[in-house]
Design a protein around this ligand. Structure first.
Ligand SMILES: Cc1cc2nc3c(=O)[nH]c(=O)nc-3n(C[C@H](O)[C@H](O)[C@H](O)COP(=O)(O)O)c2cc1C
Length: 216
């Protein structure tokens, strides 16, 4: 069984990023793949304070000095074989909400108990921007940078797009919009294809890595 965790970095309820995540995960959900989505909407997550508590006092089930909604995320991230992380484009990079989660995951790099806990898990990235050419790719690379810092292995979608799932939430990524339609990313057929391809490639890689770990 491959456990996939989708982390949706939009603070908005029922966001475009979340609906694109659902489209991507529905392409891989099946007999041997279990998926779960965590959205940052409504979550209270404090900034990492760089207190280094995790390096000295972390123990099993006790991840961080701060006690907030990260506790659920820590447990689900540990349980996952693959993380599909999606962000809205905020000023050409990932959302601050997601950056905060990434900073707090530092305790899975240097933590006394959970050091290197994310090593060789698979990561894949997706981003939704208002415009086709206003930071989607830079957003994806900010997510990739986090994966590399955690020693994760990055999956990419292949011939459709280089970095990951690339959705736009205005019509054709032009800035035109229908005020009655909250989920315009669902009209971005190409973006949804890249999202599904990203999820499929991620699961394929996660299966290879899991099989390799069993044999070694
Ligand atoms: C603070 C902020 C900064 C943004 N910066 C960009 C940007 O640089 N480029 C872009 O294409 N869209 C930008 N947007 C628009 C969002 O990326 C876009 O509306 C996206 O669909 C929001 O995703 P959501 O519906 O999942 O929350 C920005 C939105 C906000 C709130």
């Amino acid at each position: 069984m491959i456990n996939v965790l989708g982390i949706c970095g939009s603070p908005v309820k029922d966001s475009n990023t979340e609906v694109m995540m659902k489209e991507a995960l529905s392409a891989v959900e099946g007999e041997k793949v279990k998926t779960k989505i965590i959205t940052l909407n409504g979550k209270k997550i404090e900034d990492c304070r760089h207190c280094n508590w995790c390096m000295i006092k972390q123990s099993e089930g006790s991840y961080c000095a701060l006690k907030d909604d990260m506790d659920e995320i820590y447990a689900r991230v540990l349980d996952a074989d693959a993380l599909l992380v999606a962000s809205p484009v905020y000023i050409g990079r990932l959302s601050g909400h997601l950056a905060c989660v990434f900073d707090r995951l530092r305790c899975f790099i240097h933590g006394k108990f959970y050091g290197s806990a994310l090593k060789h898990k698979v990561g894949a990235a997706m981003a939704v921007g208002w415009l086709r050419n206003s930071g989607i790719e830079t957003t994806l690379t900010t997510i990739h940078w986090a994966f590399l810092t955690y020693q994760m292995v990055i999956a990419a979608p292949g011939i459709l797009a280089t970095f990951g799932g690339v959705g736009v939430s205005s019509l054709g990524g032009t800035g035109a919009f229908d005020p009655k339609d909250k989920h315009q990313v669902l009209k971005d057929e190409y973006g949804l294809k890249t999202a599904r391809a990203t999820a499929k490639s991620m699961v394929e890689l996660a299966k290879i890595i899991k099989a390799g770990k069993v044999r070694v």
